[in-house]
Design a binder for this molecule. Structure first.
Ligand code: NAI
Ligand code: 15L
Length: 276
């Protein structure tokens, strides 16, 4: 996809799922630069549609609604779903059934590019002493992480069988700023997140790519050399926040599993019962 085609907006219509969430809110505005129409969707309320936006309230677990949601879009940025550890039945609906529904709708409607928000929790049980690249084994640290591994495998299948290209973003910690010492390593600034999505949408022939969503932080657990063809160059760094956590270096106590493994406190979770 060339960034400077008709009307300066190379995509006619982009679909964004999870548009009401933390990262969806950051991306909504940026997508307007790249698409004539942004179809913004979430199960949570969305308001203030801009002139270029179509807002759709859709539960990803609803197959018929997702099939209709995907009709007429050129590409999808899939951020929607449960973004932390949760009861299995909830994860099953939002993250597993929801992601399947989305890919199946993409196949039916001929959509050829998806950017999938995976997570560092797909590899969270690797120790902090290892540097991982795109070929590192999946080692999920939670049921949430297992659902991200499912999304990575599902997208691999939809590429190998149906030619739908996906960039799986193994996002570290993308917030306004790092919230704890671990996030000095895993931090992804919002600006770098948006740039990573841009590279994932505009690079020709991504096939099935795994890339770590991380800023140019001083300490690194992840190596993006194998995804270098995306042209992603992080501009920001957690270094500007290092004085927020003066007493503690990340991973200073390797007897503590939450410091020994890359997933942090996620490695200590246990399956939860549904509350309703
Ligand atoms: P978030 O929790 O703020 O946003 C997720 C959105 O998905 C919410 O607006 C929620 O309403 C929506 N959603 C949940 N279940 C849904 C369903 N059944 N149908 C339709 N929509 C549903 O999370 P955030 O931070 O915006 O993350 C976006 C994506 O990136 C998530 O998939 C998350 O797992 C992933 N990610 C985020 C990281 C971060 O540091 N922000 C790190 C790693 C991965
Ligand atoms: C994630 O996958 C979550 O969506 C986010 O809320 C953070 O917990 C992040 O990982 C992290 O590892 O910091």
């Amino acid at each position: 996809m060339n960034e400077s085609t008709a009307a300066g907006k190379p995509f006619k219509r982009l679909l964004l799922t999870g548009a009401a969430g933390n990262l969806g809110r950051q991306l909504r505005g940026a997508l307007a630069q790249w698409a004539q129409i942004v179809r913004a969707s979430d199960v949570a309320p969305l308001d203030d549609a801009a002139a270029h936006e179509e807002l759709r309230a859709v539960d990803l677990a609803d197959r018929a609604a997702v099939t209709s949601l995907v009709e007429g879009v050129d590409a999808i940025v899939h951020l929607g779903g449960i973004s932390v550890e949760a009861p299995f039945d909830d994860l099953l609906e939002a993250n597993i059934r929801g992601t399947y529904n989305l890919y199946e709708a993409a196949r039916r409607h001929g959509v050829k590019r998806v950017v999938f928000a995976s997570s560092n929790h797909a590899i969270g049980f690797h120790p902090v002493t290892e540097v991982l690249d795109a070929d590192a084994a999946q080692r999920p640290d939670s049921l949430y992480g297992v659902t991200k591994c499912f999304g990575e495998s599902l997208s691999r299948y939809y590429f190998d069988r149906f030619g739908i290209e996906t960039v799986c973003l193994r996002i570290g910690s993308s917030f306004e700023e790092p919230k704890n010492p671990r996030m000095l390593v895993t931090y992804l600034s919002y600006r770098d997140f948006i740039e990573l999505v841009r590279c994932s949408l505009f690079t020709n022939r991504v096939g099935h790519t795994v890339v770590y969503g991380v800023s140019n932080n001083p300490l690194k657990w992840w190596d993006n050399t194998k995804a270098g063809f995306l042209g992603f160059n992080a501009q920001d760094s957690s270094d500007e926040f290092r004085n927020r956590f003066p007493a503690s270096a990340p991973s200073s106590d390797l007897d503590d599993p939450a410091q020994r493994f890359q997933g942090g406190a996620f490695v200590l979770g246990e399956p939860m019962e549904r509350s309703r």
